[in-house]
Design a protein around this ligand. Structure first.
Ligand code: PHE
Length: 338
């Protein structure tokens, strides 16, 4: 009987030596020491051993159990540490490898310019309003003193949706929409997209404008000049000069086109300013009393100024871009430069 236990012990010892991995160790542990294990079976039958033989039998059983357990634990420990080392080797992270570069996007140069200009006028106390891009003929033309079939409409090549609906050709209709709903004093800017049936190096069918207007008692041309000067100096620098040229818009009287001294050649003459030293950047004027009247204001009581500015034009001058068509193309090589 004792010999039998000793040979179980030796057999277990052999098997443990031959074990190749943790799984083998686990199997051997179950085989000998598990609930139905070889040695466990012997332990259970201890009661059937005669009293005299029992102590020695019990001791041998215990010693063998401890021996096997000890051997299993040591072997298991061995396997665990080699496994750990292996995984450290194979899953090693090289912290010196450069990380994956995730390129960041940024705002479109037109949006950047629009945001910059908007911020300037907000700092001057202007509120931002928006109007629809699909606009009624009434707001786009009629209420701005451009009746149907009036030749002044030819100034803007219009996309008509039907007789009464157009894609707005400018942001000026927002003037009327705001005046209809509010009483002066008004100090408003209206940025947004506008549409004209026009395409070449300096025209695209969809572009951006920023309308600005102020209506109150006693608003004068000098207020317009002061605001525009401040705006031009903020965007193009303090040494940029302004020039007001008489012009015509049906919705302003008097009207002016405003030029700035060429930001490229500083006024000496280059191909951007066509040798004149001046570049036109916006249209403006005192809001025509007829427009005030059509919007429900008493033109004897209130006066106002308005101006309309092409955003792409400002961006082109600011960044030295010579073809307006680059903006909607969205070629990353172009956009990444801003
Ligand atoms: N709406 C005019 C245009 O698009 C610009 C403008 C706005 C002129 C306001 C005068 C006053 O050409």
């Amino acid at each position: 009987m004792l010999n039998e236990i000793l040979s179980i012990k030796n057999l277990a010892g052999e098997e443990i030596k031959k074990a190749c991995n943790l799984k083998d160790i686990q199997d051997i542990r179950i085989k000998y020491l598990g609930k139905k294990g070889v040695l466990t079976g012997r332990m259970k039958s201890l009661g059937s051993i005669s009293k005299e033989d029992r102590p020695e039998y019990g001791r041998t059983l215990n010693e063998s159990k401890n021996f096997i357990e000890d051997l299993l634990n040591r072997q298991e420990e061995q396997f665990r540490s080699t496994e750990l080392n292996q995984s450290i080797q194979t899953q090693r992270i090289d912290v010196t490898v450069p990380g994956c570069f995730v390129p960041f996007g940024h705002l479109h140069p037109v949006t950047q310019t629009l945001d910059e200009i908007t911020a300037i006028f907000i700092s001057l106390g202007f509120n931002v309003e928006e109007g629809p891009e699909i606009e009624l003929d009434f707001y786009n033309f009629e209420a701005l003193n451009m009746p149907r079939d009036h030749p002044a409409r030819d100034m803007q090549d219009t996309f008509y949706i039907n007789d009464d609906v157009v894609l707005r050709t400018h942001t000026s209709p927002v003037q009327v929409r705001v005046m209809e709903k509010n009483i002066p004093p008004l100090r408003v800017i209206a940025p947004g997209k506008v549409y004209r049936c026009d395409a070449d190096v300096s025209h695209i069918p969809m572009f951006h404008q920023l309308e600005g207007f102020m209506v109150d008692k006693d608003i004068r041309m000098t207020d317009l000049k002061g605001m525009l000067e401040l705006f031009v100096h903020s965007v193009f620098g303090i040494d940029t000069s302004l020039r007001f040229r008489p012009s015509f818009f049906p919705f302003t009287e008097p009207s002016a086109e405003i030029d700035i001294s060429c930001v490229i050649c500083k006024g000496t003459g280059c191909n951007v300013c066509k040798g004149t030293g001046w570049i036109e950047i916006l249209g403006a004027g005192m809001i025509n009393p007829r427009v005030l009247e059509m919007s429900g204001y008493d033109p004897d009581l209130y006066t106002g100024f308005a101006f309309g500015l092409g955003i792409e034009r400002v961006a082109m001058l600011k960044y030295g871009i010579d073809d307006i068509r680059l903006f909607p193309e969205n070629d990353k090589r172009f956009l990444e430069q801003f």
